[in-house]
Design a protein around this ligand. Structure first.
Ligand SMILES: NC(=O)c1ccc[n+]([C@@H]2O[C@H](COP(=O)([O-])OP(=O)(O)OC[C@H]3O[C@@H](n4cnc5c(N)ncnc54)[C@H](OP(=O)(O)O)[C@@H]3O)[C@@H](O)[C@H]2O)c1
Length: 430
């Protein structure tokens, strides 16, 4: 058998602990499949005395993660510390500079610094692998890099954040508001105490930028992702959506259009018949649309110790077998700088909810505003109400440009008949 692949594991939390568990429990099988052992040479975390989910007995402990980067007994670093800066970034940069391959689950690091890290890897001949950074256990990076490599990608659309999907699912199933569901999710440990990364769409934006880079041969451009989260979604919107034949999902979307490359993260109305509509709870799913293959759906667990570690160990196995690939499929010098589409140029249908006074002529006033912007309406729904209450009026449009929709919303907001700020959700045809 070939000499073992020697691994330095930095971070022993959820993902690091899960990785250690698979490496130890499946060791003979992994060695058989790779033709060489995957051997943990050293581990590192902050607190040596902390109780761990996986057995660290007999493993060499290192206090300073940077020591792993220069350890002659280590071939590959697994980084599961987290964060786009600080220790994680310093460790990965040092390891790649020293010619050690790196496997990481760190989407923030890859989205912000992936291109610099890929350049370091290229220079030293190391591999930078990050399957676990997008959609946990779903092998979407490998699928896009290898299995779907013959395609021009038309669009990638994904439910990429399990916390958001759990919250939206729970709001609908248990008929509760966003704040209530978030508070319970935090108490149960499903959502972070500081939930902004998840619920404000930042985590989905990191993953969208990574998927866009693989699909379109560009450097990850996180600053060019339009980002909206799910805080403003109400149960009322879900009820209206249901009545109109839709569900609400937070999607990360990358698509090449005539106006340039779209990278956007926002809540979407998705038709109930769409494959993404039935992806519930903490599950993630990605619809990849290629010109040759058509639409392919990937679904599975997007987070957690087992799924994320499954992807990390798969990357380690690739490296053990001698795989040599470019992190973003092309050499860094060949990555393109695309023109990005402006959100004002987005072309789609819209859902608009208005709180209006109950008096004759209001609907005509609103429809005239749409007419002036050349927007045609598809459906109008009004929920029954008590006399004197503000009426909730929902309109959906046929496809139009976002610029026209924004202009119509401004005009509607100025109307004396409108009592609440209009709330818009884009309808994504999948
Ligand atoms: N959790 C998931 O389901 C999931 C899914 C996909 C991707 N990811 C990504 O995976 C990475 C790790 O996430 P996680 O959930 O496993 O985090 P975590 O449970 O908080 O674990 C972080 C680990 O890093 C160690 N650490 C932190 N700062 C350190 C330092 N300065 N020096 C040495 N060790 C340090 C911690 O040590 P102590 O244990 O001693 O405190 C801990 O073991 C993140 O980039 C995350 O975005 C996570």
């Amino acid at each position: 058998m070939n000499p073992p692949l020697r691994i330095g594991l930095a971070g022993l939390g959820t993902v690091g602990g899960g990785t250690l568990k698979i490496l130890r429990e499946h060791a003979p099988m992994l060695a058989e499949r790779c033709g060489r052992a995957l051997e943990i040479t050293a581990v590192c975390a902050r607190d040596r005395d902390k109780k761990r989910s996986a057995d660290t007995q007999g493993l060499r402990w290192v206090d300073d993660p940077m020591a792993l980067a220069s350890d002659a007994q280590i071939d590959v670093i697994v980084e599961t510390i987290g964060g786009s800066e600080g220790q994680a970034r310093a460790l990965v940069e040092a390891a790649l500079t020293n010619g050690k391959s790196v496997v990481t689950a760190n989407k923030a690091l890859i989205a912000h610094h992936g291109i610099g890290l890929a350049a370091l890897a290229e220079k030293s001949g190391a591999v930078l692998a990050f399957e676990a950074a997008v959609a946990g256990g779903i092998p979407i990076i490998k699928a896009m890099r290898d299995g779907l490599a013959a395609n021009r990608f038309v669009r990638i659309a994904g439910i990429l954040n399990g916390t958001c999907n759990y919250i939206l699912t729970d709001m609908w199933v248990r008929k509760r508001g966003f704040d209530e569901v978030l508070a319970e999710a935090q108490a149960l440990g499903y959502a972070e105490v500081e939930p902004s990364f998840d619920v404000d769409g930042i985590d989905t934006a990191h993953k969208t930028a990574i998927l866009a880079s693989l699909a379109y041969g560009i450097a990850p451009a996180i600053d060019k992702v339009h980002v909206e989260g799910i805080r403003a979604i109400t149960l009322r919107d879900m009820e209206f959506a249901d009545e109109l034949g839709y569900v609400i999902k937070l999607l990360g979307i990358a698509a090449l259009t005539e106006h340039g490359l779209e990278q956007r993260v926002h809540p979407c109305l998705v038709e109930k018949s769409s494959q993404l509509a039935s992806v519930h709870g903490v599950y993630n799913a990605i619809l990849a649309q290629g010109d040759a293959v058509g639409t392919v759906l990937f679904e599975g667990r997007g987070a957690g110790a087992g799924p994320t570690a499954s992807s990390i160990v798969a990357d380690l196995m690739d490296i053990a077998r001698g795989a040599l690939y470019k992190p973003f499929t092309l050499p860094v010098s060949a990555l393109k700088i695309p023109s990005f589409a402006d959100m004002a140029q987005l072309h789609c249908s819209y859902y608009l909810r208005l709180g209006v006074v109950d008096r004759p002529g209001v609907l005509a006033e609103i429809t005239n505003i749409f007419k002036a912007e050349n927007i045609s309406l598809r459906a109008v729904v009004q929920h029954s109400h008590k006399p004197g209450e503000v009426v909730q009026l929902v309109l959906t449009t046929h496809e139009t440009q976002e610029a026209a929709m924004v202009s119509a919303m401004r005009a509607i907001e100025r109307s004396h008949s409108v009592r609440e700020k209009p709330f818009m959700i884009r309808i994504e045809a999948l």
